[in-house]
Ligand binder design. Structure first.
Ligand code: ACO
Ligand code: PYR
Length: 531
């Protein structure tokens, strides 16, 4: 199967996505990562657009890249000026990148209404812009904007624009589904028509407005395209660009094309999370191949089969793309889910199927009440320990009181007063907080830290409340999910009650109990406050 060039435009088209912005430094980091993974091209930005993109090109020049070629993006010259006089073309040159990617108009409607020039002048703009950059030693890639829509409207003119680009010295002609509305069969048919007319390598650049960007890209490759443009995580203008985290494994593992090296394929999940981290975007758990749910099995029937052979419910081995299999426990579980969890957590539990059945029923009942263990692995593991009676709670609540005081012109005052039994001692303490849950958290820590010094390292990272039955208004049941961490690991815990303080208490207690269980201190208190 033919090799396919992978051209990443996360740093240019990706940043056209709502909410996405990278600093010049972040762009350099991403470019270096893509280079290390064997991407063929990294489009760094539009140097004529803003100082940050120009700064990227200045910085990347001093980096030694092993594989990728850096591309500077821009448009054809403006109507009525020469290429040498055009500020945008000059800034592409000034970027100092070895590759220039220039987009031009294909669609006669766009030439007349968006550019406001003649069809002939547009052809001259394309040819002269490319020829000028090529004459200055750059490899020039031509992005034919709106190619598929333009071809439908006026095929002869669309082909004439590509011929102008070829005459200007384009190395590759990239056909763009700019509005993202075409279907795979149409994309493939047009690629074949162009392939028969113009003897240059063809590329594909798809947007995701019809949720077909990946399918359209694969169809284009099937029809003869050998260069693929897309972005990490599918970031991009409107609904995004074709997602390289899906395209690369599909092309490599399913279609047998050579793309990035096989060992880099196993870095895709990490790449996806790295880029989402720098973009400050929540990673999408449902993203195919690289999302945390991509290989998460929930239904009992699925887990039962997975235990026999993973191929029963997995289209590939998750390790091939650096991802991992997960089994979730919920009201949809069967005994197989529990068995898998025992193995995964290395717990020597669950020998009696009667006990396991009882535990499964308890889980289903708790889920019916509103608990959700999928995002609360800490509470789930504690539930297992508690069910098998091998577990000693690290403390016991005797009494808890919360005072909230509101006075005109003063901040709301919150205080928690708590009485606990720890081992054979009774502790009585109080703490303030910026709200009742914070006061509760502070009081609990204050009471326990002399017994369990590991608590000092634990922190609450996230606190979420979900109203479960909104129609009950302020009397509704709420679910509290707490995400905690200790610098080494993080864990989720859950509480459910019609009283938000009680739900928070349950999740907080589990958070500390689980943290202690995992810190190795188990649940045995230190003697009289010594560590
Ligand atoms: C399909 C794509 O994704 S293409 C990439 C789109 N990305 C971006 O637009 C992000 C970066 N853009 C920018 O920073 C700015 O738009 C700039 C600096 C490029 C231009 O800014 P301005 O000069 O103020 O123009 P403005 O953005 O208002 O309009 C775009 C101009 O480009 C022209 N233009 C559009 N496509 C082309 C083209 N292929 N060749 C030449 N000119 C073009 C438009 O006709 C319009 O010209 P006009 O001002 O004479 O009407
Ligand atoms: C060039 C480009 O980004 C597009 O046509 O979508």
């Amino acid at each position: 199967m033919a090799a396919v060039e992978i051209y990443d435009t996360t740093l240019r088209d990706g940043t056209q996505g709502e909410g996405i912005s990278f600093s010049a430094e972040d762009k350099v980091k991403i470019a270096l990562k893509l280079d290390k993974m064997g991407f063929h091209f990294v489009e760094g930005g539009w140097p004529g657009s803003n100082p940050k993109d120009m700064a990227f090109f200045r910085r990347i020049k001093s980096c030694r890249l092993g594989h990728a070629r850096v591309a500077a993006f821009g448009c054809t010259r403006r109507p009525g000026v020469t290429a040498v006089e055009d500020a945008n073309i000059q800034s592409v040159l000034a970027a100092g990148a070895p590759v220039a990617t220039i987009f031009g108009k294909t669609w006669d409607f766009h030439v007349l209404h968006a550019l406001g020039t003649t069809l002939d002048e547009n052809l001259a703009m394309i040819k002269e812009s490319l020829a000028f950059l090529k004459s200055r030693g750059l490899t020039v890639i031509y992005d034919a904007e709106h190619f598929f829509d333009g071809f439908k409207a006026n095929p002869a003119y669309a082909l004439a624009t590509l011929k102008a680009a070829a005459a200007g010295g384009a190395a590759t002609l990239v056909l763009c589904d700019t509005n993202g509305g075409n279907l795979p069969a149409d994309i493939a048919a047009v690629i074949r028509r162009v392939r028969d007319e113009i003897p240059l390598p063809l590329g594909i650049h798809c947007h995701n407005d019809g949720e077909l960007a990946v399918a359209n890209t694969l169809a284009a490759v099937e029809a003869g395209a050998t260069h693929v443009q897309g972005t990490v995580n599918g970031y991009g203008e409107r609904c995004g660009n074709a997602n390289l985290c899906s395209i690369i494994p599909n092309l490599t593992l399913k279609c047998g094309h050579e793309t990035i090296p096989r060992q880099s394929l196993a870095g895709l999940t990490e790449l996806s999370r790295y880029v989402s981290e720098l973009a400050n975007m929540h990673p999408s758990s449902h993203q195919p191949f690289v999302g945390t749910s991509a290989f998460a099995h929930k239904g009992g029937v699925h887990v039962s089969a997975i235990l026999k052979d993973t191929r029963t419910y997995e289209h590939i081995d998750p390790a091939l793309v650096g991802n991992r299999r997960r089994v979730l426990v919920s009201e949809l579980s069967g005994l197989s889910n529990l068995m898998y969890k025992y193995q995964e957590l290395n717990l020597n539990l669950g020998t009696s199927s009667e006990e396991n059945r009882r535990l499964l029923e308890e889980i289903k009942e708790l889920e019916h009440q509103g608990f959700q263990f999928e995002g609360a692995e800490g509470s789930f593991e504690l539930l297992l320990h508690r069910a098998y009676n091998h577990y000693r709670e690290p403390f016991k609540l005797e009494n808890l009181r919360i005072i909230i005081e509101m006075r005109e012109n003063s901040p709301v005052y919150s205080e928690a007063i708590i009485k606990l039994t720890v081992g054979d001692r009774v502790v009585h303490t109080a703490a303030e907080g910026n709200g009742p849950v914070n006061a509760l958290d502070n009081a609990l820590r204050k009471a326990l830290e002399e017994f369990y010094p590991a608590i000092a390292r634990m922190q609450l990272n996230d606190y979420k409340v979900r109203v479960l039955d909104e129609k009950d208004g302020t009397g509704a049941v709420v679910r509290v999910l707490i995400e905690s961490g200790d610098g080494e690991r993080s864990w989720g815990t859950v509480g459910v009650s019609p009283n938000i303080i009680e739900a928070s208490w349950q999740a907080l207690v589990d958070s500390i109990a689980y943290g202690l269980l995992k810190s190795g201190k188990e649940t045995k208190p230190c003697q009289s406050g010594t560590a």
